[in-house]
Design a protein around this ligand. Structure first.
Ligand SMILES: *[C@@H]1O[C@H](CO)[C@@H](O)[C@H](O)[C@H]1NC(C)=O
Ligand SMILES: *[C@@H]1O[C@H](CO)[C@@H](O)[C@H](O)[C@H]1NC(C)=O
Ligand SMILES: *[C@@H]1O[C@H](CO)[C@@H](O)[C@H](O)[C@H]1NC(C)=O
Ligand SMILES: *[C@@H]1O[C@H](CO)[C@@H](O)[C@H](O)[C@H]1NC(C)=O
Ligand SMILES: *[C@@H]1O[C@H](CO)[C@@H](O)[C@H](O)[C@H]1NC(C)=O
Ligand SMILES: *[C@@H]1O[C@H](CO)[C@@H](O)[C@H](O)[C@H]1NC(C)=O
Ligand SMILES: *[C@@H]1O[C@H](CO)[C@@H](O)[C@H](O)[C@H]1NC(C)=O
Length: 569
């Protein structure tokens, strides 16, 4: 019966009125207002996500090849093998192509697997093909105009062939959803100085690189030569300045050649502008710490241009570019943050991006993201009824890094109030987390359960220090704290561990989470006091507990213990 319907469906495609709604919103998001219909003959470049042939099969394969002890551990897939899981079926392709051909339109593939296609059409054609009403909207703060529709549909015969279309109802998301992503210590209340129980010049709001090397036991010996690459992502014209990197190395790594630099990988015409105004408060610390912590490991700055004008789509473009590479970098750091899950334009978009990260996981890539400074979340949102975790950290195929601190008030490293975490509304809890999360829920007596859905993907997975010193325009920046730095430190540890394995003739660490949850209680510094905030401090968030918790995950890395574990896998 099903087959019969599928065979008939191309004939139904043109039937008028036979549409199913894909996405709709009541109004544009705050800050945007409609200024008029979109000009009828303007050309829209639409991207269509086609149904992927066997995405569940890909997820299962990722878990199998990433779980230490499995007979397939480390047997990462080639691009062609990944494509076998995500390529659309022949039926999907023929349905979509005949639908487009009926309007004299042709598509070109955006990915090697063909699961994303691009089609140019006029506004009039788009309104008719998608039963949409494309209009021009303007952002009141930036004056940026975008063409979007508040709803769109597809012919019901294509219901199982087309997942979603962009740009449609998803409005551009800027970094941090438009809210601060770091804390400026000089503008906050002065931190009282407590008597030092443990004399240690390292302690403070921000830490220097030699102190972090000591804290986590990271080796300063140059890594052995290996076919290993550490990719550091740059989005939104936030560049990495080479002169500042040199000053940083001269200041904090006198044992390294100060000429040590990084390569550039360009996605969507991304550049790495070296003008003083181009130095970014993301790109600069990310590159300085990545290069400075991983002496001997080649580092590449992956600069993605702002062509799609939307951070989530830019991240999708980056992932597709990496998937098309024969040998993508084994470790990728992405410290950019579209925002909390509720700020992400479209859940469909989030699912697509996460499935692209699942494909990178299948290729053997460790993808590492920051969480946020919003603790359990819901900071700027009205009502503040529900906790709200950050995205893309909430994707189960990336590693989410929360935050710790070690100030002059403290005698040991401890959970940071700001550490972002919680439970996803978009993604189910992956099996690798079951035991750790169940143990947490039991020990915390399941408090606050109305604020989150405990069956979602829980985060963070691990944590590291929130405050570090870096160089901007030749000057030391020692007053900013953000889990972006935590993610950079953790990704650098991973790049070093992967280098050790590759130099020993083994595969890299690939998707890390099954390993982290297997060895979590032995390889990390666990924090059992403190907790995160929620609702901008109006409510307590989650508590740190023994073992995994939604504040610092398993805790901060112990490099020697991780090295020992990784050398045995
Ligand atoms: C759509 O138009 C752009 C130029 O605006 C062009 O670069 C691209 O190749 C076109 N895509 C297709 C599928 O024709
Ligand atoms: C937006 O446009 C208004 C009116 O032309 C102008 O006053 C304002 O400065 C513009 N804002 C920005 C950020 O360009
Ligand atoms: C941090 O706050 C201080 C004091 O308010 C200010 O002078 C400085 O420009 C701020 N720095 C950043 C990067 O926002
Ligand atoms: C770094 O580069 C400069 C300029 O090319 C050169 O003079 C210097 O010797 C180099 N330093 C080292 C340690 O290689
Ligand atoms: C919690 O999430 C699961 C899927 O992850 C869903 O099936 C369930 O309906 C959600 N519960 C609530 C109360 O939202
Ligand atoms: C959970 O309940 C048990 C038994 O009532 C109690 O001993 C424990 O302290 C509680 N834990 C928390 C975190 O409140
Ligand atoms: C955190 O601990 C405090 C004090 O024990 C408790 O009142 C609160 O409910 C806990 N929060 C969560 C989310 O378990």
């Amino acid at each position: 019966m099903l087959k019969y319907l599928v065979l008939l469906s191309p004939l139904l495609v043109g039937a008028r009125g036979d549409f199913v709604l894909v996405e709709r919103r009541d109004s544009p998001p705050p800050g945007f207002s409609r200024i008029g219909s979109a000009p009828a003959n303007d050309v829209l470049n639409l991207r269509l996500a086609l149904a992927q042939g066997n995405i569940e099969g890909l997820h299962d394969t990722v878990y199998e090849i990433s779980t230490p002890g499995s007979s397939r551990y480390g047997q990462y897939l080639t691009a062609a093998e990944v494509a076998q899981y995500v390529s659309p079926s022949a039926e999907t392709l023929s349905q979509v192509n005949s639908w487009l051909a009926a309007s004299d339109l042709t598509a070109s593939p955006l990915t090697p697997a063909g699961d994303w296609i691009s089609v140019n059409m006029t506004i009039t054609q788009a309104n008719s093909l998608l039963a949409a009403d494309f209009a021009t909207f303007q952002n009141e703060d930036t004056n940026q105009t975008v063409v979007r529709t508040l709803s769109y549909s597809i012919p019901s015969a294509l219901k199982t062939s087309v997942d979603w279309v962009h740009p449609t109802t998803g409005f551009p998301t800027a970094s941090g959803g438009g809210f601060p992503t770091f804390i400026n210590k000089t503008s906050g209340a002065p931190v009282p100085k407590a008597p030092r129980a443990v004399p240690d010049d390292c302690r403070g709001d921000t830490w220097t690189l030699p102190c972090i090397l000591q804290l986590y036991g990271i080796s300063s010996t140059p890594a052995k030569p290996a076919a290993n690459l550490f990719g550091v992502s740059g989005f939104g014209n936030d560049f990495a300045n080479k002169r500042d990197l040199k000053t940083f190395l001269q200041t904090y790594r006198p044992d390294m050649n100060p000429n040590t630099t990084f390569d550039l990988l360009s996605v969507d015409d991304g550049i790495n502008n070296q003008l003083p105004a181009g130095a970014g408060i993301g790109g600069n610390p990310d590159i300085q710490w990545s290069v400075g912590l991983t002496s001997g490991v080649p580092v590449t700055f992956i600069s993605t241009g702002t062509l799609p004008n939307d951070l989530v789509t830019e991240m999708l473009d980056q992932a597709h570019y990496l998937l098309s590479m024969d040998k993508p970098p084994q470790t990728i750091l992405n410290t950019d943050l579209p925002g909390l899950e509720s700020q992400v334009a479209s859940p469909q978009m989030a699912v697509s991006l996460c499935n692209a990260y699942a494909q990178l996981a299948a290729r053997g890539v460790s993808y590492i993201t920051q969480t946020s400074i919003w603790g359990a979340g819901s900071v700027p949102l009205p009502g503040c009824q529900a906790f709200d975790p950050p995205f893309p950290a909430s994707c189960p195929f990336v590693t989410a890094v929360g935050a710790t601190e070690f100030t002059t008030d403290e005698t040991e490293e401890t959970a940071s109030t700001f550490s972002g975490g919680g439970f996803s509304k978009f993604f189910k809890r992956p099996p690798y987390q079951d035991a750790a999360v169940e143990a947490y829920l039991k020990a915390s007596n399941n408090t606050h359960t109305t604020a989150f859905n405990a069956s979602g993907r829980a985060l963070p997975d691990v944590a590291a220090m929130i405050g570090v010193d870096w160089i901007f325009a030749g000057e030391v920046i020692d007053f900013l704290t953000t889990p972006e730095y935590s993610a950079t430190i953790f990704a650098s540890v991973v790049a070093l561990l992967t280098n050790e394995r590759i130099a020993a003739g083994r595969p890299g660490l690939g998707f890390l989470n099954p390993l982290i949850y297997k060895y979590g209680n032995e390889a990390f510094n666990d924090f059992q006091t403190g907790g995160s905030w929620a609702c901008a401090g109006a409510l307590p968030g989650f508590n740190s507990t023994k073992g995994w918790d939604p504040v610092t995950g398993f805790g901060s890395p112990s490099y020697p213990k991780l090295l020992e574990i990784c050398s045995k896998l």
